[in-house]
Design a protein around this ligand. Structure first.
Ligand code: NAD
Length: 263
């Protein structure tokens, strides 16, 4: 299937590793030019070099923090300066810290709202005028299976990603007349550094090894294993593509069958 991404320009947030880097790679493999950013120049340049060498695509690496509005302005400006257009925005960020209600401070809540919700709102607001110029486009938000099923000890993710899903659903309706499609893609357990760190933290809390935690987690997934970042990224590339022209306002769960609910 030709995804029709040749010549399109994508901006992928938080892409020096993990899901963001995999999404940038998948879009580049399909012919898109991509701007990617994360906080550290060296890390994002290394990621860009990797994406370029795997795909041959044009990749623009930028050092920027999703928490900083001026950084986000600079990233959008640099994307337009370099590529002259913007068709696809992929909102992503590092995950909020683990914790239970009693353990989380007011400041941690504020930081997590900024990181997880407001970064997507702000970047979308900055990117939208350029996407509108193209007469249509895609806004894709990376969220979590926590938007359907709360994850123990990840209270901030459970609470704030649901707000992202509500915002995205509303935005999908508001932007539909302009042919700008807005969707979320929610990972279950995809094998990235972040997941390894979470397994390690859970292992310490439970007095088990990380390998034991992983085995138990995998046993609860019908497909019997963690997903690969490229498997997750393929779902994002599809939603970003011309082939997904009648899909807006959904959350696509990429979870190996883990979520037990029907809807
Ligand atoms: P990861 O930690 O491996 O990668 C996160 C990326 O975000 C890195 O490139 C990092 O440099 C960048 N980043 C972090 N904070 C940033 C900031 N302030 N500004 C700019 N860039 C920043 O995580 P991942 O596994 O790729 O997950 C991506 C997102 O998806 C996270 O929010 C995570 O919580 C969420 N998620 C992942 C899974 C999974 O299975 N991997 C499951 C549910 C949710």
């Amino acid at each position: 299937m030709d995804l029709g991404l040749n010549g399109r320009v994508a901006l992928v947030a938080a892409a020096s590793r993990g899901l963001g880097k995999a999404v940038a790679t998948a879009l580049a493999e399909e012919g898109a030019r991509v701007a990617i950013f994360s906080r550290q120049q060296e890390a994002i340049e290394a990621a860009a070099a990797e994406v370029r060498s795997r795909t041959g695509a044009e990749v623009l690496p930028l050092a920027a923090d999703v928490n900083r509005h001026d950084d986000l302005e600079r990233v959008v400006r640099a994307t337009i300066d370099r590529f002259g257009r913007l068709d696809i925005l992929v909102n992503n960020a590092g995950g909020p810290p683990p914790g239970t209600f009693d353990s989380l401070s007011e400041e941690q809540w504020q930081q997590a709202v900024n990181l997880t919700l407001m970064s997507a709102v702000r970047l979308t607001r900055l990117a939208l005028p350029h996407v509108r110029t193209q007469g249509g486009g895609r806004i894709i938000n990376l969220t979590s299976s926590s938007t359907r099923e709360p994850i123990p000890n990840l209270l901030l993710s459970n609470a704030i990603r649901t707000a992202v899903a509500g915002w995205a659903k509303t935005l999908a309706t508001e932007l539909a007349p302009e042919n700008i499609l807005v969707n979320c893609v929610a990972p279950g357990r995809i094998d990235t550094e972040r997941l390894k760190e979470l397994d390690q933290a859970n292992a310490q809390r439970q007095g088990r090894t990380a390998a034991e935690v992983r085995r138990a987690n995998e046993a609860a997934i019908p497909l019997g294993r963690y997903g690969r970042p490229d498997e997750f990224a393929a779902a994002v590339a599809f939603l970003a593509s011309d082939r997904a022209s009648y899909i807006t306002g959904i959350t696509l769960y990429v979870d190996g069958g883990k979520l037990a609910s029907i809807v």
